[in-house]
Design a protein around this ligand. Structure first.
Ligand code: SF4
Length: 264
C-alpha cells in the first residue's frame, strides 16, 4: 500500500468521469474520501488493478487480503457438514446447497464455496457469510442492542466504522426521505417503536441470528440529524468483530449504489 500525501495523489489515478458509482458526487470527492479513510479504493469499480494495489490495505479495508481470506474460507467449505451447519445457524439444505436468509433474501453456498444468490457478492458479504456458516454458534438474539464500539474487538475500529457506515448512512437518510420505506420493501426491514430517543428505528437481519438496528433522528432545532447502528449483544457469538465491520460497511455501499441508480 502507498500512503498518499494528499487527495490529489489519489485523484490523478482515477478515471475522472464523475460517474458517481462510488456513491460520491465526483472523482475528486471520492479521492478525498479515500484519503480520509471514509471510503476504500475498492468502492470505485473503475480503478485498474495497479491503482487498487497502490492504495489498498488501509485500516479496515478488505483489499486483496479480503479476496485471499474469502478464498481460504471457500476452501474450508469442502470440510463443512451442511446439515449440521444449517441446524446450528437456522438455514435449510437443498440440492447440496446451504441456504440462509440474508437481508431477507435467499443466499446459498455449496461445498465448493460457490455462492447462489441474487445479491452482489463481494468480500464485504462473502467473508462474514462463510465465517458465520463455518464458525457461528447460532446463539439467538436477546434484544439487547449495543453499538459496534461495545462489541468485543470493535472499539479500535469504531471511528472507521462510524465514518464509513453510520455517517454515510446518515447522509443517505438526510437526502432520501423514503430510505426507510425502501429498506422495508427491499430488505424485509421491520419498523419498531423508536429506540434510543430516535424518530425512526428499523430492524434488519444480516443472518437469521444476526439482526441489526438503524436508529435515525431528524434534524431538530438546527442541531443536525444523527444515525446510529446497533448490533444485538450476542452478535459476537455468531460472527467475529471484523465481519460485523464488513457487514455494516458493505451494506452501506450497497445502499449508496442503489440510491444512485434510482437518482437520489
Ligand atoms: S466510481 Fe467514483 S471515483 Fe470511480 S470513476 Fe466514478 S465517480 Fe470517479
Amino acid at each position: 500500500m502507498s500512503r498518499p500525501k494528499n487527495a490529489m495523489e489519489i485523484f490523478k489515478h482515477l478515471e475522472k468521469s464523475n460517474c458517481r458509482e462510488c456513491g460520491e458526487k465526483s472523482c475528486l470527492a471520492f479521492a478525498g474520501a479515500v484519503f480520509t479513510g471514509a471510503k476504500p479504493i475498492d468502492a470505485c469499480p473503475r480503478v485498474d488493478d495497479a491503482t487498487r494495489a497502490l492504495f489498498k490495505g488501509g485500516a479496515g479495508e478488505t483489499g486483496d487480503n479480503g479476496d485471499i481470506y474469502l478464498s481460504a474460507l471457500q476452501q474450508e467449505m469442502k470440510e463443512c457438514d451442511l446439515a449440521e451447519a444449517s441446524r446450528r445457524i437456522g438455514g435449510t439444505v437443498s440440492e447440496e446447497t446451504l441456504i440462509l436468509k440474508v437481508l431477507g433474501k435467499d443466499f446459498g453456498v455449496d461445498r465448493e464455496g460457490k455462492f447462489h444468490t441474487t445479491l452482489h457478492v463481494t468480500p464485504y458479504l462473502g467473508v462474514p457469510f462463510l465465517n458465520h456458516v463455518l464458525h457461528g454458534k447460532g446463539v439467538p438474539a436477546k434484544g439487547e442492542w449495543v453499538s459496534y464500539r461495545d462489541i468485543p474487538g470493535g472499539r479500535e475500529q469504531y471511528n472507521l466504522f462510524h465514518r464509513r457506515c453510520e455517517e454515510n448512512l446518515k447522509r443517505l437518510a438526510d437526502g432520501h426521505t423514503g430510505l426507510f420505506d425502501d429498506l422495508v420493501h427491499l430488505f424485509n426491514a421491520r419498523e419498531v417503536p423508536p429506540q434510543f430517543q430516535s424518530d425512526i428505528s428499523v430492524v434488519l437481519h444480516f443472518f437469521p441470528t444476526v439482526p441489526f438496528m438503524i436508529c435515525y433522528c431528524n434534524d431538530q432545532d438546527g442541531l443536525g440529524s444523527s444515525l446510529n447502528v446497533f448490533y444485538d449483544r450476542t452478535a459476537i457469538e455468531n460472527v467475529d468483530a471484523e465481519s460485523l465491520f464488513y457487514l455494516g460497511v458493505g451494506f452501506t455501499y450497497m445502499l449508496e449504489r442503489l440510491a444512485l441508480r434510482h437518482g437520489s
